[in-house]
Design a protein around this ligand. Structure first.
Ligand code: IPM
Ligand code: MG
Length: 357
């Protein structure tokens, strides 16, 4: 089969890790008899440098004309002084919204080979955990009304959290459908003891849960959820939550796996086109040094094959190659244990994975 992929390499380590994922995708295409074509577009700080804005219209058009999108990372200290609406991060929100990507899937799974890298005690990890965070991505406070106004103490700034039943149901369905393919548990996370938008969220999730009698449904306040993730992560299967709570909880969930350099993500909408990216950032401190861990981006490429192209055997092949390379003891610097030997570079790790594929 033939597929076109837009590459948004972005800033910092973005170009290195995207190149690694492309090399792995090319090897996969050759092995299974497919043809992938790759077209790069500018996004983030590099786009500001070249065009003055973080998300040029050609980038949006190029992504819309592609079968799917692979993103590295955006941002860095160089662009920290940009005004709020011209920051590299703004491009991320813009592209998510332009492509209608209202679902963000963020798996946080503990790799047995990396168990010792988790900051959690062994007895808390127990038999391990495999959580799928389903984060709403194009609504809530990220996109609500904002601005400045005169308040009780003079000028104040405000941002608004708003969710419609339609938006809640549509992300809720993704969570329940996802759970049906996993261990059939959904925990919806909100702040319904305080926020009106969360009360609507909770009511809507409750009525939706009645359509999925096989799924064990629960809900939890976000403060408790933040605690439960480090107290007993094994209790979670699918978590569904709002844009901002999902942003925060997914960082926490990734940290307890001990390997943020390993975690992939998929952003999906109503069409097969998705955007796939590692959940870590642009790591400007190690950019250009060939030290980055390419695995999260390589696994994002695998998610693309699975979710956008329906190529599950191919995705399995990449994931199992990563597992085997880790089981054989190969590590990049970020996941190196105290007893391991010298770390592999980004390109060496990529070559190992390609070799095993
Ligand atoms: C993420 C990031 C982004 C977000 C930022 C960079 C805008 O933190 O993808 O989690 O908040 O969504
Ligand atoms: Mg985040």
């Amino acid at each position: 089969m033939e597929f076109s992929i837009a590459l948004l390499k972005g800033d910092g380590i973005g170009p290195e890790i995207v190149d690694s994922a492309v090399a792995v995708l090319e090897k996969t295409a050759a092995k299974f008899g497919h043809k992938f074509s790759f077209t790069p577009y500018l996004i983030g700080g590099c786009a500001i440098d070249e065009t003055g804005i973080p998300l040029p219209p050609e980038t949006i058009e190029g992504c819309l004309a592609s079968d799917s999108v692979l993103l590295g990372a955006v941002g860095g200290p160089k662009w920290d002084d940009q005004p709020g609406n011209n920051r590299p991060e703004k491009a991320l929100l813009g592209i998510r919204s332009a492509l209608g990507l209202f679902t963000n899937l963020r798996p946080a799974k503990l790799y047995p080979a990396l168990r010792s890298a988790s900051p959690l005690k062994d007895e808390i990890i127990g038999s391990g955990f495999d959580i799928m965070i389903v984060r709403e991505l194009t609504g809530g406070i990220y996109f609500g009304d904002r601005g400045y106004r005169e308040g009780k103490y003079g000028q104040e700034a405000y941002d608004t959290e708003a969710y419609s039943i339609t938006e809640i149901e549509r992300i809720g369905r993704v969570a329940f459908e996802t759970a049906m393919k996993r261990s059939k548990r959904v925990c919806s996370i909100d702040k319904a003891n305080v926020l009106e938008s969360s009360r609507l969220w909770r009511r809507t999730m409750h009525s939706l849960s009645e359509e999925y009698p096989e799924v064990e449904y629960s809900d939890m306040f976000v403060d408790n959820a933040a605690m439960q993730l480090v107290r007993d992560p094994g209790q979670f299967d699918v978590i569904v939550t709002s844009n901002m709570f999902g942003d925060i909880l997914s960082d926490e969930a990734s940290q307890i796996t001990g390997s943020i350099g390993m975690l992939a993500s998929a952003s999906l909408g109503d069409t097969a086109r998705g955007m796939y990216e590692p959940i870590h950032g642009s790591a400007p401190d190690i950019a250009g040094q060939n030290k980055a861990n390419p695995i999260a981006t390589i696994l994002s490429g695998a998610m693309m094959l699975r979710y956008s192209f329906g190529l599950s055997a191919e995705a399995d092949a990449i994931e199992s190659a990563v597992d085997r390379v880790l089981d054989a003891g190969y590590r990049t610097a970020d996941i190196l244990g105290s007893t391991d030997t010298a770390p592999l570079t980004c390109t060496e790790m990529t070559e190992k994975i390609i070799e095993v594929l």
